[in-house]
Design a protein around this ligand. Structure first.
Ligand code: HBI
Ligand code: FE
Length: 293
């Protein structure tokens, strides 16, 4: 995610929230949501962590059309005390962390156009609500997301925002988890993407490495294409435990002595589920005439 000093749009409140204005969505916009929802709902069973599907049920997200946050929040608050608030788009880090620390998930209220079905730069309501919100109904993941928000407020004081952005990226956005029958997805960026759901689990190109907090905080990520490395957690409980038990300040200091790692690097100390061929990234770089993938 970019770190930027955007200007708060005039229609937004001081905390950058805006009314969702659910009544303003057109039939075509509801249709885009239904198309994306149906496509992912057919694809995900067996590929996604069961807690995600449980969240879809608890929050009644299979109801047709773009969810009305007022209805959604009644169920979500009941489940874990979280609520979804609408924002005009990406918000500054400090605003983002403050909302998460108070169990408010910020979601774009716009939805992609029919010609953007497979890719768009900025997170839209389908990415944010379908991708991120179902796991917020899971008590352990809900605690992790609040701990992340609090960690972000602390990181701001310690100048370690980039390290936390990497943790967010390789867990909340693009995380994999060890399921009973093999690896499964849980990261919102994968769950909300038809092509990356298939790529992240089965394609021989990317690395799939065991999650380690310090390792992830050293590792750069891509925002413009499929990931070249995915990290695998053993459970949401383990992810929460690592995040709560680690005093991040000494970890940041220890990491200052180590160099960043590239998107495709594999270390001898890594737990390697799959060492990727990087064929996808190399072929793409070759097509673009750029030799350094
Ligand atoms: N803003 N709306 C929105 N959604 C995000 O996911 C988001 C953001 N701002 C910053 C951000 N994510 C990341 O840089 C965090 O890791 C800080
Ligand atoms: Fe996201």
């Amino acid at each position: 995610m970019p770190h930027f000093t955007a200007v708060r749009p005039p229609e937004a409140a001081p905390d950058w929230t805006v009314p969702q204005e659910w009544g303003q969505y057109s039939a075509q916009e509801h249709g885009v949501w239904d198309h994306l929802f149906a496509r992912q709902s057919r694809l995900l069973p067996g590929r996604v962590a069961p807690a995600f599907l449980e969240g879809l049920d608890i929050l009644r997200l299979s109801k047709p059309g773009i969810p009305d946050f007022a209805e959604l929040n009644a169920r979500l608050m009941d489940a874990t005390g979280w609520q979804v608030v609408a924002v005009p788009g990406l918000v500054p880090d400090a605003v983002f962390f403050d909302h998460l620390a108070n169990r408010r998930f910020v979601a774009g209220r716009f939805i992609r156009k029919p010609d953007q079905i497979d890719y768009l730069e900025e997170p839209d309501i389908f990415h944010d609500v379908f991708g991120h919100v179902p796991l917020l109904a899971n008590p352990v993941f809900a605690d992790y997301m609040q701990a992340y928000g609090r960690g972000g407020q602390r990181a701001g004081e310690l100048g370690a925002i980039e390290r936390l952005a990497r943790l967010y990226w390789y867990t909340v956005e693009f995380g994999l988890i060890r399921g009973k029958q093999g690896l499964q997805i849980y990261g919102a960026g994968i769950v909300s993407s038809f092509s990356e759901t298939l790529f992240a689990l089965k394609d021989p190109s990317p690395n799939r490495l065991g999650f380690d907090l310090g390792r992830v905080m050293r590792t750069r990520y891509r925002i413009d294409d499929f990931q070249q490395t995915y990290f695998v957690i053993d459970s949401f409980e383990d992810l929460l435990r690592q995040s709560l038990e680690t005093d991040f300040a000494p970890l940041y200091r220890a990491l200052d002595g180590s160099s960043d790692l590239g998107v495709a690097d594999v270390l001898d100390s890594d737990r390697v589920d799959h060492r990727g061929t990087q064929a996808y990234a190399l072929a793409k770089a070759h097509r673009q005439g750029d030799r350094t993938p």
